[in-house]
Design a binder for this molecule. Structure first.
Ligand code: HEM
Length: 425
């Protein structure tokens, strides 16, 4: 009922997108795209994701959000995974993406897939599948169908992310506009906002609602005042960007329809959540989702549509060999920092050739640091309980969580003065 009202609108939106924007490759996604070319592809992604989620309860929210941020910027093309270069700040550098996490899961799946069927499975598909699998883990079955056949983009720009990702300060009109520019409806907006049933939000994304809503030191009147007091006890200042709170208090690890119940109690965390109650049509949908058991089926449909935004298919785009790679050079410090799975020997050879110097790999072990942070009692560090590091054979994998980007890296040092000099970082 709710869906049919909007399906016509969606078709016309998609057509308009094709005609005016030229982004209508989405039709070519299909079920089990890798059936012949890589029959184990979906199983590999699922096994790796489930193993990782079993050890890290925060991954479903991380991967779900990453999929959304990928799709809203240049379509679902894996561009959110690409690293910055010296002259191009990538999507990752945009403020909303600074708190993304779970990159290492994608890279782990990619490494395994490249061993099994090289050059076949796209990073964009791996991300779409991993997001579904991570959320599905708690149900022990797939919660939505993921069509596959996406190909990878090569372009990733910070400015595109800033221009295309909706902010938590958006009102209803801006949210509607943001979603419709991606061919999504108001129903999709309300249903997909239900993604906020899992995960956390950092104080700086909503503390204006607590301390300075209209610039006069006031509180957002649409925020439940008891809840606001609780939030104030956690987010002590307007500028706190390290503390975070659950978005769906009580059940923030559980993918369920509770978000809509919380929203109706005026306890939606962001202005963008509260905004869903300011439009009659949207708030009717909130009511329906809060009081029925339609959330899962509606979410399955909306996320399938989100997963088809401006996808590259057929001969457009490419299949990247690596999904997540970090490679930054600091010539002054004689240091190259690489994050991701690397083939050590190849990299050593390449660097030796390029620099003409002695090069040594130093794998930075972040575990001690993490432990130290815990002992220090800093429970605001989001990544303390996230992931770990592992090594296998001649590859080394380190995690790329938002909390530990700098520390979780492989450092390579080379020196002019002393050819034997290699510092441990
Ligand atoms: C409607 C517009 C949306 C806005 C303005 C928005 C904004 C935000 C913000 C500000 C955060 C907090 C990030 C942090 O503090 O680290 C967040 C978290 C999150 N968002 Fe959204 N979001 C929107 C839609 C969506 C959609 C469509 C999905 C997925 C279907 C989604 C999934 C998530 C998840 C799972 C988290 C928790 C991430 C974590 O725990 O690290 N959001 N969102």
């Amino acid at each position: 009922m709710m869906r049919s009202r909007f399906s016509l609108l969606l078709i016309s939106c998609s057509l308009l997108m094709c005609i005016f924007v030229g982004v209508c490759h989405g039709g070519e996604l299909r079920k089990k795209f890798y059936k012949e070319s890589c029959p184990l592809a979906e199983d590999i992604v699922k096994n790796i994701t489930w193993t990782r989620v079993a050890n890290n309860v925060t991954l479903p929210s991380k991967l779900l959000r990453m999929h959304f941020h990928d799709c809203f910027v240049r379509g679902c093309d894996g561009s959110v995974l690409i690293d910055s270069t010296s002259n191009n700040p990538a999507e990752k550098e945009a403020v909303p993406n600074l708190t993304l996490g779970g990159f290492d899961v994608i890279e782990e799946a990619k490494t395994q897939l490249e061993k099994t069927c090289p050059g076949v499975v796209s990073c964009a598909d791996i991300l779409a599948l991993a997001a579904r699998d991570a959320v599905s883990f708690q149900f022990n079955k797939s919660m939505w169908e993921v069509l596959t056949g996406r190909r990878d983009g090569r372009i990733s720009r910070q400015s595109d992310a800033l221009a295309n990702l909706p902010t938590p300060f958006f009102n209803f009109t801006a949210l509607k506009q943001s979603f419709s520019s991606k061919g999504l409806t108001v129903t999709d907006l309300v249903v997909l906002s239900g993604g906020h049933t899992i995960g956390i939000g950092h104080c700086n994304f909503f503390s204006n609602r607590l301390y300075n809503f209209t610039g006069k030191g006031d509180q957002d009147p649409s925020l439940n005042s008891t809840y606001a007091a609780t939030l104030k006890s956690q987010c002590k200042t307007l500028t706190d960007n390290t503390t975070f709170v659950p978005m769906d208090p009580g059940t923030f690890l559980s993918f369920d329809a509770n978000y809509y119940k919380v929203l109706k109690l005026n306890q939606g965390l962001f202005q963008s959540d509260a905004a869903l109650l300011t439009n009659k049509g949207a708030s009717n949908i909130v009511d329906e989702l809060a009081s029925s058991n339609k959330f899962f089926t509606e979410f399955a449909q909306s996320i399938k549509r989100m997963g088809a935004i401006e996808v590259l298919t057929g001969s457009v785009g490419e299949i990247r060999k690596k999904c997540v790679e970090r490679f930054t050079t600091d010539m002054n410090a004689h240091k190259v920092v690489v994050t991701g799975r690397i083939e050590e020997q190849k990299l050593l050879k390449k660097l030796r050739k390029k620099t003409g110097k002695r090069v040594e790999i130093i794998i930075h072990d972040d575990k001690k640091k993490k432990k130290k942070k815990k002992e220090g009692g800093d429970n605001n560090n989001n990544g303390d309980d996230i992931g770990g590091s592992s090594k296998d054979g001649n590859t080394a994998m380190v995690h790329d969580q938002y909390c530990c980007r700098e520390s979780e890296a492989i450092f390579m040092m080379f020196s002019d003065e002393n050819p034997n000099a290699c510092s441990i970082v």
